[in-house]
Design a protein around this ligand. Structure first.
Ligand SMILES: [Zn+2]
Length: 346
């Protein structure tokens, strides 16, 4: 009795973010539950930089490059796994919006898994290049911005826009900000990228059939997208969708998104012929609208959803499974609708 109690205690101390994942299944508790949002549980900018540099130090297959600085001068790192320039390349982009953080935590977990010099990773590194841009908006991520965010329910620990109050995911044509300029000049134009997943978090109250979803996905819908690129995007979506569905902790809907090419999902597909997928996770860590915010207890399953879907995409692209991915599920994947009040957030 005592022994098992200690074992459980040790488990909870070792894996605090996974504490409530078992019962979560898309229904993680809201901010309005008996908990608060805790910024200190998340990876700080200093820790993020230390982790990505450590991964490069440890691994023969990883390089970390600083692609630029944010408005407030924070480094923006790009992590590159892979040894064969002729292999396909996927980029996982996270945190264009500073208050959408769990996919960055997921990316750091996947980087950690790729950073040992195992036989598995050595073989994988020959078959695929996996790039991570884990936090395009480091100023918004820590709430260090030049405008007032004191109305945020979590006290402004993080916010959507960059320090100049520009939404980076509306800046992919104008490139008016140092963060988007660094992404385009030093990543998208510098490397031959085939696939890109743009990770976000949406509001906490989206659902299908009255059931709250754990996330939503969508391929590029702008009419100027090359049909082959769109189909590759749909295949990527199929792989990630099935990986989450198989695990049982997620319920995914089709995102109700538009055709504007100022956003990454459309703009990068049109401009660079990159197969893109938008992947929205449920709930943000801070926002002025309480319906957008999801509390600490949901972190575990959201991070897992990110890890599982990233690993599925990596394996499918590396070993060819993506070519067999069934895209007919898109025809029946239900569009999410808003349960109570919520604004669109892509
Ligand atoms: Zn977003």
């Amino acid at each position: 009795m005592k022994k098992s109690f200690i074992a459980i205690l040790v488990f909870l101390l070792a894996f605090p973010v996974f504490g409530s994942s078992a019962e979560a299944v898309g229904q993680g508790p809201n901010y309005n539950g008996n908990e608060t949002v805790k910024g200190e549980r998340l990876t700080s900018q200093e820790d993020l930089l230390a982790e990505v540099h450590r991964a490069a130090d440890r691994s023969q297959f990883i390089e970390t490059e600083i692609i630029g600085q944010s408005v407030q001068g924070r480094d923006i790192p790009l992590v590159k796994f892979g040894t064969n320039p002729d292999s396909p390349t996927i980029l996982f982009l996270t945190q264009q919006h500073g208050n959408e953080v769990m996919t960055t935590e997921a990316a750091l977990d996947v980087i950690k898994g790729l950073s040992n010099n195992s036989k598995h990773n050595r073989e994988l590194a020959e078959e695929i290049n996996v790039f991570f841009l884990p936090r395009l908006n480091p100023d918004g991520a820590v709430g260090d911005v030049n405008f007032d965010i004191s109305d945020h329910v979590g006290g402004g620990i993080a916010t959507r826009a960059n320090a100049n109050n520009v939404d980076l995911n509306r800046d992919h044509n104008t490139l008016s900000q140092p963060e988007t300029l660094a992404l385009h000049n030093n990543v998208l134009r510098a490397y031959d990228i085939d696939y890109l997943v743009d990770f976000h978090h949406q509001g906490a109250r989206s659902g299908i059939d009255g059931e709250l979803v754990s996330g939503s996905i969508l391929y590029p819908t702008n009419e100027a997208v090359n049909p082959e690129v769109r189909e590759m995007s749909q295949r990527l979506g199929s792989v990630m969708y099935n990986a989450v569905e198989d695990r049982g902790f997620g319920l995914l809907a089709r995102y109700n998104g538009g055709t504007a090419n100022t956003i990454a999902r459309n703009g990068l597909a049109v401009e660079y012929d990159i197969a893109t997928l938008l992947f929205e996770m449920r709930g943000m860590i801070d926002h002025s609208n309480p319906n957008q915010v999801l509390g600490q207890k949901s972190n575990g399953y959201l991070i897992q959803q990110g890890v599982v879907s990233m690993e599925a995409a990596i394996n499918a692209i590396a070993y060819g499974g993506i070519n067999e991915a069934d895209i007919t599920f898109w025809e029946t994947l239900e569009v999410q609708s808003f349960v109570e009040g919520e604004e669109e957030t892509e």
